[in-house]
Design a protein around this ligand. Structure first.
Ligand SMILES: *Cc1c(COP(=O)(O)O)cnc(C)c1O
Length: 241
């Protein structure tokens, strides 16, 4: 049951906050629903969950369309292709995966005027071999300076996806390094550290996470199936009634 898993994860977050002597409730739970059906989102919603994360634009649009009456804050957390920025700028409240000035400029000009600024996190690549996405730490100050001046965007913080590690201390290290680097940036007013997934949420919270992105622990393993993705793409491209 998703309701029970949600309770379990919330309990883990509470516990990690307490262990780290963090303020209770200071860590937001983002439910990562990519590849999962709309029914799973509704089940989590009915148990009180309001923030949902998606990685694929077409899949997300199909879900948003079906769930238009629900009070959901949608977060885009996947790699961003330039030809998708217009849809992302129009349909999400948050984007966690901004890693270039060009993408930020497009999101800035394409954010509809009637919407509040798009909340963004700069994705930093802290385990260099693990992923091709994200800027390196040395680029952060300059990129922050440029992006923070763009209208229509609000730079809230940083996001990181370190290489998976089993051992707790090894999980902590990259988050600690990035957190401390951000604290040394005196011009940055970050209130968001998008750190932690199902396998390392305790370590992430110990090292300053304010938002954990949890998929598997809430919804179970993901099964990637091309037919499902195609079905969702078709649904998303249907005209609104
Ligand atoms: C899929 C995904 C998650 C969720 O990962 P789990 O290990 O299933 O909790 C978190 N963050 C990002 C960026 C993801 O793509």
């Amino acid at each position: 049951m998703i309701k029970d898993r949600l309770q379990q994860v919330r309990k883990q977050i509470d516990q990690a906050e307490r262990l780290a002597q963090r303020q209770p409730g200071s860590v937001c739970l983002l439910a990562v629903s990519k590849t999962k059906p709309i029914t799973a989102i509704i089940e989590a919603y009915q148990a009180g969950q309001r923030h949902f994360g998606e990685n694929y634009v077409q899949e997300a649009l199909g879900k948003q369309h079906a769930l238009g009456a629900f009070d959901i804050s949608w977060h885009f957390i996947g790699p961003i292709q330039a030809n998708k920025t217009k849809l992302i700028a129009a349909c999400f409240a948050w984007v966690h995966s901004v890693d270039s000035l060009k993408i930020a400029q497009r999101l800035s000009t394409q954010r509809p005027n009637q919407l509040p600024p798009l909340n963004i996190c700069l994705q930093v690549n802290i385990s260099h071999e693990a992923s091709k996405s994200g800027i390196c730490l040395a680029e952060l100050p300059e990129l922050y300076n440029k992006i923070s001046k763009l209208p229509g965007l609000c730079v809230r913080g940083v996001m990181a996806i370190p290489a998976p590690e089993i051992e707790y201390e090894r999980q902590c290290r990259p988050y600690r390094e990035l957190y401390q680097a951000v604290m040394r940036l005196d011009q940055a007013q970050f209130d968001t550290f998008s750190f932690g997934m199902s396998g390392d949420l305790q370590a992430a919270i110990a090292e300053g996470s304010t938002l954990v992105r949890i998929g598997t622990a809430l919804f179970g393993e993901r099964h990637y199936n091309n037919d499902d993705v195609n079905a969702l793409n078709l649904k998303a491209s249907e005209p609104s009634p």
